[in-house]
Design a protein around this ligand. Sequence first.
Ligand code: HEM
Length: 543
Amino acid sequence: MPSLYGLLTFLSATELLLAITTFCLGFWVVRATRTNVPKGLKTPPGPWGWPLIGHILTLGKNPHLSLATLSKQYGDVLQIRIGSTPVVVLSGLDTIRQALVRQGDDFKGRPDLYSFNLIINGQSMTFNPDSGPVWAARRRLAQNALKSFSIASDPDSSSSCYLEEHVSKEAEYLIIKFQKLMAEVGHFDPYRYLVVSVANVICAMCFGRRYDHDNQELLSIVNLSNEFGEVTASGFPADFIPVLRYLPNSSLDVFKDLNKKVYSFMQKLIKEHYRTFEKVEAVEEQVVVGSRLGLCLTLCSFASQGHIRDITDSLIEHCQDKKLDENASVQLSEDKVVSVVFDLFGAGFDTVTTAISWSLMYLVTNPRVQRKIQEELDTVIGRNRRPRLSDRPQLPYLEAFILETFRHSSFIPFTIPHSTTRDTNLCGFYIPKGRCVFVSQWHINHDQELWGDPNNFRPERFLTSSGTVDKVLSEKVILFGLGKRKCVGETIGRWEVFLFLAMLLQQIEFSVSPGEKVDMTPIYGLTLKHARCEHFQVQMRSS
Ligand code: HEM
């Protein structure tokens, strides 16, 4: 064995100094992050981490998989370090329910992350560290505004609600577009068109207009959403290791650029709403510009709501009436009210597009499942009228397919990071105030104990012997979060996915060009994506 003297002769003075500095820094980090644990409680367990970088290398390219492996060893409450920041990772349905529902107030915070502060100039309701009465009032405002312009009924239309009306316009457009692409090119990438159609649905609700599929401004925003997901996903290194913000980082640069673009896109729309708000009040009805399909910048009319055309108008009205929040008596600044529309727009298109896009991937790789959905649609609805929301309870197989797509893809593997709002005790583990918390939805949806064969894609698992949807099992699929921070748009998200799929599958059959394979390997981000596939084909269904 070499002696210490022998070892020293091999090291230069500089190397020795570097080694001592690294050791001291590591020691300081460990001491600084050690917390005083109250008697009777324990610190969450976790693996040994490197000084300075912590467990960044362990997380690797697929943190949801690495952390699921760690949870097998350390349990449902474990602790890692990213850089010098300790992060608690929660897995398992019972543990996550305990934290987010039963101890919801303790876990409803958001960490103060560098990237989160770049979103809407730090004004975002979703990504802001505020979780007090102002956040609660803004969340209620978002829920109410969303309800009025999505699931409320539109008396001027034969559709059951605004959402159904918007989706049917977009689905009609997509069916025609896909047929045209088949005639001209013979194959296409559905994501490119789907993303604009889904963005148009949220644009109609938020801003009362839709965009042409070639509109460059909208395309430049929706096509950058991958970078948004990469940066806001759990474990983005530059959030935890400040020096990385100053080194060349293309994802972060694109993220900053995207935020600027979205901000100026929405500012323009909001200014236009302020400018026309009073004028609109004076007129009874809005002129609808464009055709039935509204190919370009259609201004929608919401005569039923008086002069309030859309969510932005309803937020402006809220400011002008200087309404107090009914429950908390919180007076919100105008900025805080109107910027809620940014959160809704931002959250409303990438999630739904990703859901539908994964659904199409499962359909083309499971033609038997696609046939069963279409047989069900034929029996329940036929081909002579379009599917409606009220058909949903009569279409259990389609419902089971959507649930299995949510579960199997788990395309939002972690919720948006949470943080603790006070010192707390979770399952006997001490978690101090302000601790960053990752919540693994992927782990619940792939838990062997819950699902038996989690890796198999099997919609039938959600059907009872009498063919109805197993409600208890369906509630174990967690993709919208739980508790106080649960997704504001859950109902809309679920309904929109249902409507798009029912309307598309009633008319067309999806496949891939002969000899082509689709790549289902998930690419990590806030939403897990699949590789884009140029080889989709459609065929009109024969009657
Ligand atoms: C399939 C579609 C969707 C999925 C899977 C989904 C999922 C999620 C998840 C996982 C969260 C984070 C929960 C947490 O941090 O614990 C979230 C938050 C949120 N979602 Fe959704 N979402 C979807 C669609 C929508 C839509 C259509 C809207 C609005 C139009 C929306 C608005 C929001 C908002 C505003 C938040 C932030 C809530 C807060 O921080 O208090 N989402 N969503």
